[in-house]
Ligand binder design. Structure first.
Ligand code: PLP
Length: 370
């Protein structure tokens, strides 16, 4: 099989993304779905994923920072977007002008947004800290922040559209504590005179596992890409289809003798004559070097071991006596239902999580809608 496409490609199955969103939506209804497309759509291509997720019924898009939100607007996406990670230098004005909801984690951010000169009141969603110890208003600031927000809202200087927080997904007990803390925050906000339309707490794991964490909206990241947030359950167990298939075109094939050392440091040597295939993907593409000598790739229906160190631009596969040729296509990971290794497999081989495997796929890999 020869192939004329680029030597490194990630094919993104948009039908799978649509189906994953539809499936998760059905599970969480009447809560609505926000598709989280930060970090270039977990490596899949933010605009591609955003469009497919909206087609699948997502009502919202979520990103970490304002740059990501503006990039979606520049790509022509008009759906509601929430961006929640800022620092003291963040300029909120372009985001407000672009109709982006701002996740607000400090009273200073609230004041900065209220002081902008805008046509319509900026839309904010207050992020409260409930046990993750990252951003979000800490409980000690809740009363002051809610009262101030209510005042600014009454003055027409902003509108509080939502209140949200994020779970640590550590254990049922810790999530229950966070849900209770969140409920306390909601009650205090109401006492202060706020009545946000969107209360949200759950990402994929809690959206699936904890019905009472769903509130009005769930923020779905990993699940829409068809991957499981749970170590003990895979995509198929959740009825999800992995959306990314990562492929490389074999750049060289070489027959070697017994004893030949392979790649840097010669951590592997051929124990018998064999054929080695060179794939032009390496750690610059996000292929984890930690998976050297243990990972497997799929070539023409067969899984072959990666041998030696994974390098910056390339890795070597021992194909034995298989009739593999230059130009053949290797699948590093995809949907295990098709026999391909999965992102979960790579996570295990590299000692990490599937999130990191897909999100780190680098810019030399061309993304194609499939
Ligand atoms: C990344 C992120 C999500 C999505 O989490 P998944 O586990 O991928 O579903 C949701 N909410 C916030 C605040 C996030 O940062």
């Amino acid at each position: 099989m020869t192939h004329l496409g680029p030597e490194r490609r990630a094919d993104i199955d948009l039908a799978a993304i649509r189906a994953n969103v539809e499936r998760l939506r059905a599970q969480v209804a009447p809560a609505v779905a926000m598709a989280v497309v930060k970090a270039n759509g977990y490596g899949h291509g933010a605009a591609l994923v955003a469009r497919a997720a909206l087609e699948g019924g997502a009502a919202w898009l979520g990103v970490a920072d304002i740059g990501e939100a503006l990039a979606l607007r520049a790509a022509g996406i008009t759906a509601p977007i929430l961006a929640w990670l800022h620092d003291p230098t963040t300029d909120f004005a372009p985001a407000i002008d672009a109709g982006i909801d701002i996740g607000v984690s400090t009273i200073d951010q609230l004041e900065a947004i209220a002081s902008l000169d805008t046509d319509a009141p900026p839309l904010v969603q207050l992020k409260v800290e409930t046990g993750l110890s990252r951003n979000g208003l800490p409980p000690a600031h809740w009363d002051e922040a809610f009262e101030r927000a209510a005042l600014l809202e009454k003055a027409g200087l902003l509108r509080v559209r939502g209140i949200f927080s994020h779970l640590a997904n550590t254990s049922a007990e810790s999530d229950e504590e966070a849900i209770a803390a969140f409920s306390t925050a909601l009650a205090l906000a109401e006492d202060a005179g706020l009545s946000p339309d969107l209360r949200h707490l759950a990402s994929t794991a809690a959206a699936i596992q904890r019905p009472h964490a769903r509130f009005d909206l769930v923020r779905l990241g990993i699940g829409i890409y068809g991957l499981s947030p749970f170590g003990e359950m895979d995509s198929a167990d959740l009825g999800l289809r992995p959306a990314m298939t990562l492929r490389g075109r074999i750049a060289a094939v070489r027959r070697v003798d017994e004893g030949a050392g392979v790649s840097y440091d010669h951590i592997w040597r051929a124990s018998a004559p064999t054929t080695l295939a060179l794939i032009p993907l390496g750690y610059a593409e996000g292929i984890p070097r930690a998976a050297s000598d243990v990972a497997e790739v799929w070539i023409d229906g067969v899984r072959h071991p990666v041998r030696g160190r994974i390098a910056m631009d390339q890795l070597v596969v021992d194909v034995g006596d298989a009739p593999v040729q230059v130009g053949d296509i290797a699948v590093l990971f995809g949907d295990p239902a098709r026999g391909h290794p999965s992102a979960d497999d790579w996570a295990r081989w590299a000692g990490t999580i599937n999130y990191e495997i897909v999100t780190r796929i680098g810019p030399r890999v061309e993304r194609f809608a499939e």
